[in-house]
Design a binder for this molecule. Sequence first.
Ligand SMILES: *Cc1c(COP(=O)(O)O)cnc(C)c1O
Length: 373
Amino acid sequence: MASANNPYLLLTPGPLTTTRSVKEAMLKDWCTWDEEYNLLVTSIRDRLTALASAIRPNDFTAVLMQGSGSFSIEAALGTALPREGGKLAVAVNGAYGERMALMAEVLGIQATVVRFDEREAVNPHLFEQALMADPDITHAAVVHCETTTGILNPLPELAEVVKRQGKVFIVDAMSSFGGIPLDMAELGIDFLISSSNKCIQGVPGFGFVIARKDAIAACRGNARSLSLDLYDQWDTMERQNGKWRYTSPTHAVRAFDQALKELEAEGGIAARHARYSRNQRTLTAGMEEAGFPALLPKEWQSPIITSFRYPNSAFSFPLFYKSLKEAGFVLYPGKLTSEPTFRIGSIGDVYEDDMLRLVDIIQSGGMARYNVQ
Ligand SMILES: *Cc1c(COP(=O)(O)O)cnc(C)c1O
């Protein structure tokens, strides 16, 4: 909720609105090296693998990595792919798929980029054809929720084709993990990446990679970077009971521990998914009534973030943004190249009442005030 020390709600895909108790967990000068801290890190790693697979959590291991979510994706790609003889296929239908393709290029990883229209979900059949067309491909990477538009790519169908083709499966689940149920063992995901400040509802500061134990154990010596060596980070956390290489983001880790407790108290991922879905449906119904059509058809729409089209050609997003920020809501600009849109997130410590208040404010003042004069 907005309050004196929280002047607006972040309706963005991260950082997002966190609870007061998550923020309060940071009000100490937490130390980084002792047993108490390492036990906390170990407990966080265990809770993450439990969230990643209910059926076989012991097949998986979690590695925490300093930096924003992209650092963890880059660490995963740069460590999972062998230095010789590996080739990545990336399915792209938005900016985050594009970013993985760019990472591969910068890291000198051979890659095939399979592009789709950014207003459509990745097509599993076409992705499979690309995998079949090139026997050199060893690894396949997809984005679960493409935050660019809010598209939820069809993860079970994509997993099926990647496994049928026998590739190592890497999933950017940055904006979905913790907010949408999945089971890595059931889907056959080898590496899954997310971060502290998305659906777990912590603060920014680190990312994490959940990996199949035998997949990461095979990655020694692959890394193209010292600080982003995911194998070495994992090996250090394993051997030294939760120790990070280099300074760890202690405050963000404390906040994350609290956020995990609150996820559990809410009823786990299923309950959070239900709340986000309700937020998204209420928001979209109100926005469409106010004259902002949702960009995506419902079958592709995630409960995480929604793209809206402009209501008319005189509409000014900067005016709209400014007016809503003053009213206590921060929205997100669009990221589409093909048409003007803006985005509203439905994740974080936000509830259906917040969505109702937002659409009420938008509808009550008349749309003309958002037009360029
Ligand atoms: C947020 C996000 C990322 C990572 O972004 P950072 O700014 O580096 O934290 C990557 N992929 C997706 C799908 C995201 O939503």
